[in-house]
Ligand binder design. Structure first.
Ligand SMILES: [Zn+2]
Ligand SMILES: [Zn+2]
Length: 307
């Protein structure tokens, strides 16, 4: 069974969910930023200026390239850590977070139909104490390209804490894009079926996407399989990955410690694992250290388990 990110529904759409224009502290005017992403072959872009919605964002797109309104919101942190950074996708109007509990901000914004993501936990220094009290958001940034220069681009450990303790959580890769050279560094590939705000939001909410800073993942296929043991076999899972050329593929899982396979030009690897983990997710890495991440999945929820 294919993970739903890779079910056939037309060409996946490439998008950046976190960006800044000169309306806050970004490098370009909204029109220039939209043009820069369009020229790089993106299908959609979300403007997420700090505390400020560009209400006519859609007018910076055209029939093919979509610009979606949004904002980065900053409620205070009542749990002791640094201020939160929430990325809100398809936010219609500015949301005043002053004096509001972060959960209230999530509830108000999602209640109005927006998607909310927890931005760059690694850069924020956020761990379980900051992340676990919150719920009802749509995912977390596994990679924030703008944070690479302080070596805090990736938040895989925080993501897996959420997957382990809070339930499966989708992971997005974004540019953030405070500087020109952040543009085009990290993105999501969304199996949306069509290039409208509604279709993109639905696909994002359902986890029908993968994230990348370079490699392409063409498919992740999961099958029930009998796995050899010392004597006989035990119920297990076979996970087949097809991607662009890679040097390594990782199977991340908890509580077992996962696995890795050396990759090659074919981009095809196959993991076999006993069925005993809370979740799995696939990561592939190319020769330049760039990665792509599947969303987490639980094999038992994908197919009926024979007992
Ligand atoms: Zn931020
Ligand atoms: Zn930002």
């Amino acid at each position: 069974m294919l993970l739903k990110a890779f079910e056939r529904a037309g060409k996946p759409l490439k998008g950046n969910l976190h960006s800044h224009t000169k309306v806050s502290d970004g490098p370009m005017e909204p029109r220039e930023l939209a043009a820069a992403y369009r020229e790089k072959g993106y299908d959609f872009l979300v403007f997420t200026d700090h505390r400020k919605v560009i209400e006519d964002a859609e007018s910076y797109g055209d029939g093919k390239f979509l610009v979606i309104r949004g904002a980065e919101l900053h409620p205070e942190n009542p749990y002791g850590g640094g201020m939160y950074h929430f990325v809100a996708v398809d936010l219609a109007a500015d949301c005043d977070t002053a004096g509001r509990h972060p959960q209230e901000v999530i509830d108000r914004v999602t209640g109005a139909g927006s998607l909310v993501y927890l931005a760059h936990p690694s850069w924020s220094g956020h761990g379980r104490a900051d992340l676990f009290p919150l719920h009802g958001y749509h995912g977390v940034e596994v990679a924030n390209y703008g944070c690479r220069e302080v070596d805090r681009m990736v938040s895989e450990d925080q993501w897996d804490d959420l997957n382990s303790w809070q339930g499966l959580t989708n992971g997005i890769a974004v540019d953030d894009g405070h500087r020109v050279n952040d543009i085009g560094g990290a993105w999501v590939m969304v199996n949306a079926g069509g290039n409208t705000v509604k279709e993109i939001k639905t696909a994002l909410a359902e986890g029908r996407f993968y994230s990348s800073t370079g490699p392409e993942i063409y498919s992740v296929e999961v099958e029930a399989a009998d796995v050899a043991k010392a004597e006989g076999t035990v119920p297990g899972t076979r996970i087949r990955v097809k991607s662009s050329p890679i040097v390594r593929a990782y199977l991340r899982s908890v509580p077992t410690h996962g696995a890795f396979i050396e990759g090659d030009e074919t981009g095809e690897v196959e993991f076999t694992t006993r069925r005993r983990d809370l979740f799995y997710r696939v990561v592939v890495e190319d020769g330049r250290g760039r990665r792509a991440w599947s969303n987490p999945f639980v094999p038992e929820r994908l197919f009926e388990v024979k007992t």
